[in-house]
Design a binder for this molecule. Structure first.
Ligand SMILES: O=C(O)CCC(=O)C(=O)O
Length: 267
C-alpha cells in the first residue's frame, strides 16, 4: 500500500506558500483511463458550459460544475485515499467534500482571472479551512495555460471579490500589490501529479493558445470541523468522506468505462 504520510516540511510548505504539489501521487495509467472516459462521456459533454471569465473580448472557459458525489469515476477519485489522506494531514482534520469542477481547457479556450476559492464560498463556510485539489488529466504546462498561484497569498486572508464577466475576481488593487510583493508561480503538472491549494491562495490561469488540451479535475473540500454559515445545510451536499482504497476506485473506473463504451455502441 502506498505510504501517503506527508513530511513536516511539506505541511509547513502548504501553510506558508498556500500550495503543495505531490508528484507521482496517482498512477499515470489510471489518470489516462479517466481522461479516456471523460472524453467519451456524454453526460460530461451535456454538463459542459462556456464561462465568459472576462469583460469585453476574450475566449470562453469550458467547464462542468458538479455539486454532490455521484456513482462515477470522478466521484470515486474524489473519495480516493490517495487524494484525501494528504489533505487530512494538511487540515489536521477529517475532510468533507464540497464540489467538483471539470476544466476542459482545449486549444483556443480561456482561463481565469485572479481569485480565491474561499472568495466564492465565504458565504457558506465560517472558517477558511477550505482547499482545492487539482488532478491533471493532461500534462499541464505554461504553454497550455496551467494554473498559476501567488506564493504566500493564503496568508492575506480573504480579499474582497467583485464580478467580472462570469466570474468573481479578487480586488485588482490588492492583486497588483500581491504580485509586487510575492512570487507568481506557474504550477506545471505531470500526469500523476496533484496540486493542493488553500482556499485563500490567489490563483488564475491564462488562455490555452497551444495545440495541446489541458483537461483537469478540481475538487473542493473543507475541514470536517468547519462551520456552515447557512442554516440547515443538508449533509448529503457536503458529506464527510469515507475514503476508498485503490480497488474500489478501479472498480468504479471499470464500471464507468463500460457505461461509456455501451453508449458509444448505441450511437
Ligand atoms: O484550471 C484553471 O484554469 C483554473 C481553475 C480555477 O481557477 C478554479 O477552479 O478556481
Amino acid at each position: 500500500m502506498i505510504d501517503l504520510t506527508l513530511s513536516a516540511e511539506q505541511i509547513r510548505q502548504f501553510d506558508e506558500d498556500g500550495y503543495l504539489i505531490l508528484e507521482n501521487l496517482l498512477d499515470p495509467e489510471d489518470v489516462e483511463q479517466i481522461l479516456r472516459i471523460a472524453r467519451r462521456d456524454p453526460q460530461l459533454a451535456a454538463d459542459a458550459k462556456g464561462n465568459q471569465n472576462y469583460e469585453g473580448e476574450g475566449l470562453d472557459t469550458r467547464l462542468a460544475y458538479r455539486p454532490g458525489l455521484a456513482d462515477d469515476v470522478y466521484s470515486a477519485l474524489a473519495r480516493s485515499r490517495r487524494l484525501v489522506e494528504p489533505l487530512e494531514q494538511l487540515f489536521g482534520d477529517r475532510v468533507r467534500y464540497y464540489y467538483q469542477l471539470q476544466m476542459m481547457k482545449d486549444p483556443q479556450t480561456g482561463g481565469w482571472q485572479y481569485h480565491q476559492d474561499y472568495g466564492y464560498h465565504y458565504e457558506q463556510f465560517f472558517y477558511p479551512d477550505f482547499a482545492s485539489v487539482m488532478v491533471a488529466l493532461d500534462p499541464a504546462t505554461r504553454a497550455n495555460g496551467c494554473l498559476k498561484v501567488v506564493r504566500g497569498s493564503n496568508r492575506l486572508g480573504r480579499l474582497e471579490h467583485q464580478s467580472s464577466g462570469s466570474q468573481l475576481i479578487a480586488d485588482p488593487q490588492r492583486v497588483a500589490m500581491a504580485l509586487r510583493e510575492m512570487e507568481e508561480v506557474y504550477c506545471e503538472l505531470a500526469l500523476g501529479s496533484v496540486l493542493y491549494f488553500h482556499g485563500n491562495t490567489l490563483h488564475a490561469s491564462e488562455p490555452n493558445f497551444s495545440l495541446q488540451p489541458r483537461w483537469s479535475l478540481i475538487y473542493a473540500y473543507v475541514a470536517a470541523a468547519n462551520t456552515y454559515v447557512l442554516p440547515d445545510w443538508p449533509d448529503d451536499q457536503c458529506p464527510l468522506i469515507e475514503k476508498w482504497d485503490d480497488s474500489k476506485v478501479e472498480a468504479a473506473t471499470q464500471r464507468h468505462w463500460e457505461a461509456v463504451a455501451a453508449t458509444d455502441k448505441e450511437r
